[in-house]
Ligand binder design. Structure first.
Ligand SMILES: [Zn+2]
Ligand SMILES: [Zn+2]
Length: 259
């Protein structure tokens, strides 16, 4: 049994992605690996909608009116990419976006073009550090879990690298009960989360086991930003081996019933 890469990038719409990555790399990876059924290309909403000088400030997170200002700019760029992807005529190359939730609840994806986006993966890369207290981690987890609950209620297909912001930016690691609370949210909203091949961390093993135990669908993601990341699932396969599992044991998320 195979799976879809739920999360990957290309350079035009993701400033952080190497200019060498092309859509063709993803098509080739699907052809080369029998276990790779397809790839969802999920560029960052925050770099699709804003020029680089705004993207890097994150100020759109607090000032959602900036999104309104740049909505048409972003929609044009995204629709241009939709056109490029369509030229491949490959149903296993799926159009997605990696979205953040702004302070007013708006995703970094316009409703006007939502029809063309088959998959939304929801992310938290930046949080308002003044609202949390690192010496009281419960304030961090209250923020993180409520952000995800609002995101899940609004509707995404997969939550990306769930603990990236607290781990990377705040140096706070979730304990078992936080991971269980997060998985309960996924179950409540019938939504998957990913094991991310780029942002790897010690919680992945427990997260995977909890999702399996609760019957939550699991996404495997390369989060490719460089050519050598495309189709590289060595981390995921090592994780499975460590846990004595095979691909057949995993209830994989797939883009939708037609794939
Ligand atoms: Zn991300
Ligand atoms: Zn990403």
């Amino acid at each position: 049994m195979g799976f879809f890469d739920a999360h990957s990038h290309t350079p035009g719409l993701s400033y952080c992605c190497s200019p060498e990555v092309t859509i063709q790399h993803y098509a080739d990876a699907i052809d080369a690996n029998s276990w790779l059924d397809g790839v969802v290309i999920t560029n960052h909403g925050f770099s699709s909608y804003f020029p680089p000088e705004i993207t890097k400030t994150w100020k759109f997170m607090r000032e959602p009116e900036l999104f309104d200002e740049y909505e048409d700019f972003g929609n044009e760029r995204i629709m241009d990419f939709v056109g490029q992807l369509a030229t491949f005529c490959n149903p296993n190359l799926v159009m997605g976006m990696e979205v953040e939730m702004l302070s007013n609840g708006q995703f970094t994806l316009s409703d006007k073009i939502a029809y063309f986006i088959d998959v939304k993966i929801g992310s938290l890369h930046w949080g308002p550090t003044e609202l949390v207290d690192r010496s009281h981690p419960s304030t961090v987890w209250d923020y993180v879990l409520s952000y995800y609950e609002r995101m899940l209620r609004k509707g995404v297909d997969v939550i990306a690298h769930p603990f990236r912001w607290p781990l990377k930016n705040l140096k706070i690691s979730p304990d078992a009960s936080i991971i269980q609370d997060f998985v309960s949210l996924l179950k409540k909203y019938n939504t998957a989360a990913e094991i991310n091949g780029r942002f790897r961390n010690a919680n992945d093993e427990f997260l995977l086991q909890e999702m399996m135990g609760e019957g939550v669908k699991i996404a495997f993601s390369s989060d490719a930003h460089r050519p050598e990341n495309v189709g590289d699932f060595s981390y995921h396969f090592e994780l499975l081996e460590k846990l004595g599992l095979t691909l057949d044991d995993i209830d994989f998320w797939r883009p939708n019933a037609t794939y």
